[in-house]
Design a protein around this ligand. Structure first.
Ligand code: ATP
Ligand code: MG
Length: 359
């Protein structure tokens, strides 16, 4: 098992931070302070040490500190067991540059040594949000296990946009569609298949007797895509209908993630607000366990205000689960007292308006 963690972090011109330097020594960190002091911004900076657009999925332009508009940069010294490596990522608002040990690399390389997963308050409501939000949530988890998944999804989305554009423009000549549909069929089948494989693996962890958090069973709403040939035929036969609607009506982009709360035998969307939150915590903890099992890497967890609305017992259970994961985690909240029971296990970092930290 590779125990991965961030030892040091340097942030420049990022959101509310002009310059910030912190040392974590790869141990869990409690980040606390009043509203608006920069807790989520700090977690967002850390999330950029992983491929993608970070926890808020904002544009790189929005991340630039507004006072003088210089490019932002996040640098970290990380540890994987006893090896140290340096990560650096920066952006002038357009794309972003990634360097590992000083060498420019594609951003996907960020996921080869380190895995980062997160919880943000809006995720509480994932079962009430759109199917698109749930697909994104699922695809990010699939990516944590299978790093080719993000590229597959991006390529499929591009083909889908091209096909939809032709449908909208009422292009009827079949020859314009066939090559796009053939590629969509290959990728669409793979996406569906990888999502299902992931859900099957996650369900084995999620439905294991677990003392603290609810047992959840995940599934996809639509029937599986049998194979790429069947999906290809489907795209061709549905084209007439798609032309009438001006968009592609079948494929992995219309599927939806469903949850079943086993103890109550109901769909998670009918659960109470607290139960919905517990179901998401269960899923995130199981995702972390699955990463450890499949990749032999302890993932880093970024947990923004995760204790909000948890009763005292549930909150303490969460802390025990997190500590037993033996992963580095960053957990934020407005009051330090919430985290009293972590006092001997974590580093405490107070942020204040001057954005100097007090450890
Ligand atoms: N690009 C930016 N440039 C400068 N400041 C920014 C930028 N983006 C956000 N901010 C500011 O950063 C501040 C801190 O935001 P952040 O969301 O990190 O606070 P927080 O500590 O998580 O607060 P809360 O407890 O309310 O969640 C906010 O006042 C926000 O206006
Ligand atoms: Mg916040």
């Amino acid at each position: 098992m590779s125990l991965v963690g961030i030892d040091k972090l340097k942030v420049n011109n990022f959101r509310s931070y002009k310059a910030l330097e912190l040392a974590f020594d790869s141990i869990p960190t409690v980040v606390y302070g009043k509203n608006g002091v920069g807790k989520t911004n700090l977690l967002e900076a850390i999330s950029l040490l992983y491929p993608g657009k970070g926890i808020r999925r904002s544009s790189f332009q929005d991340m630039i500190n507004k006072t003088d508009n210089y490019p932002w940069k996040v640098e970290a010294i990380c540890r994987a067991t006893n090896n140290l490596f340096e990560l650096e990522t920066s952006s002038d608002g357009k794309g972003r540059v990634v360097k590992i040990d000083g060498k420019k690399v594609p951003q996907n390389n960020l996921s080869s040594n380190m895995k980062i997963i997160w919880f943000l308050p809006p995720m509480d409501r994932i079962w009430m949000e759109t199917s698109r939000d749930r697909r994104k949530f699922l695809d990010r988890m699939v990516f944590s296990i299978d790093i080719k998944h993000a590229k597959r999804c991006a390529q499929y989305e591009k083909l889908l946009r091209n096909r939809n554009r032709m449908l909208k423009d009422r292009v009827e000549d079949s020859s314009w569609y066939l090559s796009i549909e053939k590629e969509m069929a290959i990728l669409g089948f793979e996406i569906d298949n990888c999502r299902r494989n992931f859900i099957e693996k996650l369900n084995t962890v999620l439905t294991e007797k677990n003392n603290y958090f609810p047992l959840i069973k995940l599934s996809l709403k639509d029937d599986p895509i049998e194979n790429k040939e069947v999906f290809f035929e489907n795209l061709i036969s549905q084209r007439g209908k798609d032309l009438a609607y001006g968009k592609t009506n079948c494929g992995p982009h219309t599927n939806d993630l469903q949850g079943f709360y086993l103890e109550k035998e109901i769909d998670t969307k009918y659960c109470s607000t607290g139960e919905q939150k517990l179901s998401i915590i269960s899923i995130i903890l199981s995702n972390a366990k699955l990463i450890k099992e499949q990749h032999k890497i302890s993932p880093i967890l970024l947990l923004d205000e995760i204790t909000a609305h948890l009763d005292e017992v549930r909150k303490e259970n969460l802390f025990s689960e997190l500590v037993s994961l033996e992963s580095q985690f960053f957990i934020s909240g407005t009051e330090v007292s919430i985290f009293n029971s972590l006092s001997t296990k974590a580093k405490f970092l107070e942020l204040d308006e001057s954005q100097k930290f007090v450890a």
